[in-house]
Design a protein. Structure first.
Length: 525
């Protein structure tokens, strides 16, 4: 498949280019089409995607589906699930999909299944023993605090999921996350903790990451400083890594080392042993539900027709917006405050995967690749940067993510939820429809402005509209739906890389800075 033609050479790409050169149909017109919302809404694994506000009509849709077929998305997908070495620059398979639990018999083979199950069982057992207080510190105290030290993929996933599932968090064991090597980041967590009851998890795929090793060394000094005897420090440490030889060299007990493998990318590692801090926080059963939700999305991605395949649709609409409507960013607005870290997580997953300028065949990219992913909590964004979205000069698409059913145990929770979802729907509609100059002037007059004022103010208060968006609804925010949501974005990123003919699974772009930091350190800073 590496000999496949580049995207610009595909007939569907050229067709899409021609369609993009035609005058755009306003979203107002499109939204007036009968049955449009029903036709462009699909559900899977507890998620519903409403794409009716994308700037697409049936011809564009057909051409996008042709592009999916001509790009051999299905064949590339199967190659990934079969464990082919699709990460070509590192000669590795990409098998985070094999980590989602489930029965033997997956396309990656039973040997990998057995490896994964054994480690998953170890992780779950350890998490439960720690929660039950049977794993203890050197002086026989149950652990009350766990500090995960890790950065990038060794931090963002479990941290994001811990926030998203905060309603399941254990009262007995608090889990903290430290990523930044600034001393304050570690200190601000440690200053309230009792060393006898604190366990550090050092999460690092490579166990060479300077920031993580700096924090880990500092944590060990803190333990010693707090009176933990030198020969007992290992009882307060856990390592999670794909390079156990390195962690062993640094004194981490192999019994307390949990493994994943080089065929799991850091930004795709939440499903592996790297999920231990999350499993400690929410319990092993909930962690397994998260995996099951991702597995449900994998099944959908593998088997649903491309036309109603959620990851494929997200990817195709993204390609239309990025490559043909020339929108360089992707805003994600989450309307559930527990999804507060979802955007930073997707930002790494998408930008580190598809922020590439070289095709698989080594030639320079001939098309725009990964967008700039940004955003955060939608409601907060409305009171901050949405001004630019509505009236600024950047054209950009939005993914609105909401939750249909909420059960926070607060007397007025229903009223809160109604406000949140009302705003989500109103924003999507306002961005799509906009408000013309004439409508704005008429509204001002209706509101009592005199003719001169209405005329003067209307240009400032009009909205161009035509901002394309997806509405993505989770039935509820639980481990299963969260797993499905994460897997959906993982597969979207995969499909876009498949279309752009780039390797989503290396990250050479982060190397140069690291190399220079090392060189400067050697040269004395
Ligand atoms: O898990 P580690 O080996 O410590 O790596 C942590 C992170 O650092 C790197 O610089 C990479 O860009 C990330 O992909 C990775 O997740």
């Amino acid at each position: 498949m590496t000999t496949m033609p580049l995207p610009v050479a595909l007939p569907a790409w050229q067709h899409l280019q021609a369609l993009a050169n035609e005058p755009p149909v306003p979203l107002r017109e499109r939204l007036a089409e009968p049955e449009r919302a029903r036709r462009l809404t699909w559900s899977a694994a507890g998620l519903t995607l409403d794409a009716s506000r994308q700037a697409i009509g049936t011809e564009i849709e057909r051409a996008l589906l042709d592009l999916a077929a001509q790009s051999q998305i299905a064949e590339q997908r199967e190659a990934m699930f079969r464990g082919e070495a699709i990460n070509t620059t590192e000669g590795r398979p990409v098998l985070h999909v094999a980590l989602r639990g489930g029965e033997a018999g997956g396309p990656w083979g039973n040997a990998i299944h057995a490896l994964v199950q054994r480690e998953l069982d170890r992780v779950c057992r350890f998490a439960e023993e720690l929660r039950a207080g049977t794993v203890r510190g050197h002086a026989g105290d149950a652990f009350t605090d766990v500090v995960n030290i890790g950065i990038g993929g060794s931090d963002l996933g479990p941290r994001m999921a811990a926030d998203a599932l905060a309603h399941l968090a254990s009262d007995a064991v608090r889990v903290h996350y430290v990523s930044n090597p600034d001393a304050w980041a570690l200190w601000s967590v440690l200053r309230g903790l009792d060393a006898k009851r604190t366990l550090f998890i050092v999460s690092s795929k490579t166990f060479t990451t300077q920031e993580t090793l700096t924090n880990a060394a500092s944590a060990r000094h803190w333990l010693a400083d707090q009176g933990v005897p030198a020969d007992a420090i290992a009882r307060h440490l856990v390592a999670i890594t794909a390079t156990p030889a390195k962690s062993a060299e640094l004194g981490y007990d192999p019994e307390r080392t949990f493994l994943f493998w080089d065929w799991v990318g850091g930004r795709y590692s939440l499903w592996s042993a790297l999920g231990l801090p999350l499993a400690i926080g929410i319990g092993a059963a909930a962690f397994r539900e998260l995996l099951a939700g991702a597995r449900a999305m994998d099944g959908h991605f593998l088997h649903a027709p491309l036309q109603e395949n959620l990851p494929v649709r997200l990817a195709l609409h993204g390609v239309w917006n990025r490559n043909f409507l020339r929108m360089p960013t992707q805003l994600i607005a989450c309307y559930a405050s527990r999804l507060v870290r979802f955007v930073p997580f997707v930002q790494q997953m998408d930008m580190e995967s598809n922020g590439k300028r070289t095709h698989l065949d080594g030639s320079e990219a001939t098309v725009d690749t990964g967008p700039i992913v940004w955003g955060g909590l939608g409601i907060d964004g409305q009171h901050a940067y949405f001004q630019l979205v509505h009236q600024g000069r950047h054209a950009l698409p939005v993914d609105f993510i909401g939750v249909l059913s909420e059960d926070t145990p607060l007397p007025l929770a229903g009223a809160h939820h109604a406000v949140v979802n009302l705003n989500l729907r109103a924003q999507a509609q306002a961005m799509a429809l906009g408000r013309t100059l004439e409508e704005t002037e008429a509204q001002l007059l209706k509101d009592g402005a005199d003719a001169e004022t209405a005329h003067a103010l209307a240009p400032h208060r009009q909205f161009p509209g035509n901002i394309p968006s997806h509405l993505l609804w989770l039935d509820r925010l639980d481990p299963g739906r969260l797993g499905a949501l994460i897997a959906l974005y993982e597969h979207k990123v995969f499909c876009q890389a498949a279309i752009w003919r780039i390797n989503a699974f290396d990250q050479w772009g982060v190397e140069l800075g690291k190399t220079m930091a090392k060189a400067m350190e050697r040269a004395g800073g």
